[in-house]
Design a protein around this ligand. Structure first.
Ligand code: SF4
Ligand code: SF4
Length: 188
């Protein structure tokens, strides 16, 4: 080994995390600061019609046929399509490059009620058409039945059930509505 190799010094470099993968807050831990996260600057979410009709259910399939697109249903029954795409203004240090002039939606987003600091296990995320179809069949069996042979390719059709599903009913809570109102602002 050369003398120059011996003289090299180890330098600690800052470790930047990938904001596309949200940090997980452990219950009871302090709130995760935005400068350690950056996750909500890595997607665009747009509210869409709930899949209560064949047309809107078919739209969900169309969204989910695309790469880097997921569909979300929150505990209040609001649906959104989410495009995973990092904001060009998000620096490697997770600072906003246009902070003083950032868009309105970024200003009103509430970090105390966001998906990282206040996740709700009742929110649903669909990453594939099959996940959505399984939910649709249990939630709106008639809608699923109406699109099954007309809009679902044979390879995606679900195996028959032993007994017919009972439509599920969603629950609403005051706390979830309040939490959602701040999160929804990000998506307007
Ligand atoms: S608001 Fe929430 S998701 Fe966004 S950067 Fe802050 S902690 Fe992360
Ligand atoms: S403009 Fe700034 S705060 Fe808004 S999404 Fe981009 S990086 Fe985040």
């Amino acid at each position: 080994m050369s003398s120059s190799a011996h003289s090299r010094r180890r330098v600690s470099l800052p470790v930047f995390r990938d904001p596309m993968v949200p940090p997980v807050r452990v219950a009871g831990d302090p709130q995760i600061p935005c400068l350690s996260c950056g996750h909500c600057c890595t997607y665009v979410a747009v509210g869409v019609n709930a899949p209560t009709s064949p047309r809107y259910a078919s739209d969900m399939l169309w969204y989910l046929y695309h790469e880097h697109v997921t569909v979300h249903r929150d505990v209040d029954g609001d649906w959104s399509v989410v495009f995973a795409t990092r904001c060009r203004n998000l620096g490697v240090d997770l600072c906003c490059g246009v902070y003083a002039e950032r868009p309105h939606i970024c200003r009103v987003f509430d970090e105390s009620g966001c998906e990282v600091n206040a996740p709700d296990s009742r929110d649903r995320v669909f990453e594939t058409p099959t996940q959505f179809l399984e939910f649709l069949r249990s939630w709106r069996p008639k809608t699923y039945a109406r699109i099954e042979t007309t809009h679902v390719p044979p390879g995606l059709r679900l195996a028959p059930l032993a007994s017919p599903p009972t439509p599920a009913r969603s629950r609403r809570t005051p706390s979830s509505r309040a939490r959602r109102s701040s999160a929804a602002a990000k998506r307007r």
